[in-house]
Ligand binder design. Structure first.
Ligand SMILES: [Zn+2]
Length: 182
């Protein structure tokens, strides 16, 4: 088997002919089974179909505008694919960065595309989620139910500062990783 593989690698023309012959055989067998056509008729049918396709192409039976549109669609599809791939790769670089400390307080967040979501302080000791210590009225403290530690409630300004700090770090990390890759 290995010998055959090496032989085909060295003789690519032979390999191409083999593939063509094999696929013609498969095509003929399928035609025989599905359409109850005579096996040899089916074998002869394939080259005729292929030749007539090439012939119609050469005679420009296919209009030039169709070829231009076809090439355009394929090219723009390929460009979109490349762009989508590079964006998702960049997302992948920072998606693991979801927790860090700012001014002595641990925070946690999620990513939606490149946007930070649900930024919240977590327990500095056990990284557990915090809840307000009073759920029925105003609460100035956040409580860690795991270790009974209390934290001063973070206000909008502190959250905004933390968010900018972590976003900047994330951007820097992704730049570094991109440079390390290239
Ligand atoms: Zn805790």
């Amino acid at each position: 088997m290995k010998k055959l593989k090496n032989f085909l690698k060295r003789h690519q023309t032979v390999a191409a002919i083999l593939v063509a012959v094999l696929s013609s055989l498969v095509w003929a067998i399928l035609q025989t089974l599905l359409n109850r056509v005579n096996f040899f008729d089916a074998i002869l049918d394939l080259p005729v179909k292929l030749l007539s396709f090439v012939w119609s192409f050469l005679l420009l039976d296919i209009p030039v505008w169709a070829i231009i549109i076809g090439v355009g669609v394929i090219t723009s599809g390929f460009c979109l694919y490349v762009r989508a791939f590079s964006t998702s790769e960049q997302e992948g670089l920072i998606k693991d960065y979801t927790s860090d400390s700012y001014k002595g307080q641990k925070y946690k967040w999620n990513w939606n595309k490149n946007q930070m979501h649900d930024l919240r302080p977590i327990c500095n000791d056990c990284s557990g989620e915090l809840i307000p210590d009073n759920l029925t009225g105003y609460s100035a403290w956040l409580l860690c139910p795991n270790c009974d530690k209390r934290y001063k409630m973070t206000d909008e300004t502190a959250l905004a500062h933390a968010e900018t700090y972590f976003t900047n770090r994330a951007n820097r990390k992704s730049e570094e990783l991109k440079q390390a890759k290239s």
